[in-house]
Design a protein around this ligand. Structure first.
Ligand code: DC
Length: 229
């Protein structure tokens, strides 16, 4: 059967990672969470003293260290989730905490970081049969992807989902702080010079504010069918 590249872009906490992962599982494709790669680089900077107490990133040191940053993914285990591995260590939990979340956008604006990760992401797509989610997958990483989806949801709905996700994991967060972080990231992600978040001209918009997970999956599978026929 014809294999294609599927690019799913959208705002943070729009549910795109869950839908991209589930879609990949349903159609037997490889799933890559490109946001996890930016998060892993951010964690590396934090753990290696490259973030000043005021929160500014030591860009020069981080750029120099890029060749030392090795990111890979472990296949989904018992929890059904693929884990992100940074230099041999499973960092799936650490990369999702608020400290990393509030620093990842400034790290993701660094052009050298983007070029480094984009090159790795493109190599994953050489064989096709891949679903990748992120911000610039349909515009920069795979501009020729056969299927492109742009996911939209309001900041308030996304903040509600994220608070639930974090409190379920035992992290003490407030709705206000999460909403502020989401709005701040939206702003940085859409206004940065290098590969800003924007809908590719040929992407199909999925407005998922009021859709159930099942409805989203049906929608995606329908679109997928039209692309492989
Ligand atoms: O999808 P996420 O929230 O885990 O992504 C974390 C951050 O990484 C997000 O604030 C923007 C950045 N990112 C990016 O710039 N480009 C991508 N392709 C994926 C994520």
């Amino acid at each position: 059967m014809k294999k294609i590249v599927i690019a799913i872009d959208g705002y943070s906490s729009s549910g795109k990672s869950t839908m991209a992962r589930d879609l990949a599982r349903r159609i037997g494709y490889v799933y890559v969470d490109s946001g996890a790669m930016y998060r892993a680089v951010t964690l590396y900077a934090l753990e290696n003293g490259m973030v000043h107490p005021g929160g500014e990133v030591d860009v020069e040191a981080l750029v120099k260290a890029l060749p030392l940053i090795h990111i890979s993914f472990n296949p989904a285990g018992a929890d059904g989730i693929q884990h992100t591995i940074l230099n041999g260590k499973d960092v799936e939990t650490e990369i999702r905490d608020m400290k990393v979340s509030s620093l990842v956008s400034p790290v993701a604006v660094i052009p050298e970081v983007r070029h480094y990760l984009t090159g790795i992401q493109q190599s994953y797509g050489e064989e096709k049969g891949i679903v990748m989610d992120g911000r610039d997958i349909g515009t920069t990483v795979f501009p020729n992807a056969e299927m492109k989806v742009f996911v939209n949801a309001s900041p308030e709905e996304r903040a509600r989902r994220r608070v639930k996700e974090l409190t379920d994991k035992g992290e003490a967060v407030t709705y206000e702080e999460v909403l502020a972080n989401i709005k701040e990231r939206d702003h940085i992600d859409t206004t940065r010079k290098e590969s800003p978040l924007r809908k590719a001209d040929d992407a199909v918009v999925l407005d998922n504010d009021k859709m159930t997970i099942t409805e989203q999956m049906d929608w995606l599978l329908n679109l997928y069918q039209t692309k492989i026929n």
